[in-house]
Design a protein around this ligand. Structure first.
Ligand code: HEC
Length: 161
């Protein structure tokens, strides 16, 4: 009888492992194709708390954005990325990021802004606390620009209306 109980526990233990990793996989998938999420998120501007993390950005009227994306835009302004990439991200000495963000993965984006590509004129930003703390918001902002969902220029907070 005791044996049977142990076996049961063991079986449950094993059964939980694959289901837990399936959840992890589903989470990873949910964050990967952010474009459709963002469109849904922008259509329904009150995503519940558990889903707000998988939505890359939320935007209304083209210039009202969620707090993380707003911090990303402020980082863009503070670090003067527009000096080389243009105020509307359409490129100057640096490439048009509205195009780059269609191809760059989030990982490649992160590596590029942290390490830079000094020999090609892109400075590293890993020593900027603002960038290390807000790089995901910066990515979200630039994705929104690249998707044509976020307008160039000044942004305000979504909840301040
Ligand atoms: C001094 C000029 C300069 C500044 C300032 C600058 N960049 Fe760049 N950036 C470049 C250049 C030049 C490249 C192209 C490097 C190459 O040819 O691979 C680049 C490349 C990039 C890329 C990769 C684009 C691609 O298509 O692979 C990203 C992303 C990027 N920059 C983001 C930023 C962000 C975000 C900031 C502000 C925090 C910033 N840059 C500030 C010059 C600059």
């Amino acid at each position: 009888m005791l044996m049977a109980a142990c076996m049961l526990v063991a079986t449950i233990g094993v059964a939980q492992v694959p289901s837990a990793s399936a959840v992890a996989l589903a989470d990873a998938k949910a964050t990967e194709p952010p474009v459709s999420n963002s469109v849904v998120a922008s259509a329904t501007p009150a995503p519940n708390a558990s889903h707000s993390q998988s939505a890359l950005y939320t935007v209304r009227d083209g210039n009202k954005v969620d707090a993380k994306t707003l911090a990303g835009w402020k980082t863009w302004r503070a670090l003067a990325c527009e000096r080389c990439h243009g105020a509307a991200q359409e490129g100057l000495v640096g490439p048009a990021l509205v195009e780059s963000l269609k191809k760059l993965t989030k990982e490649e984006f992160h590596t590029t802004i942290m390490n830079g590509r000094l020999e090609k004129g892109m400075p590293p930003f890993s020593s900027s606390k603002m960038v290390t703390e807000n790089w995901e918001g910066l990515y979200a902002y630039l994705k929104g620009r690249s998707d044509g969902q976020i307008q160039p220029g000044r942004l305000t907070a979504l909840d301040k209306e």
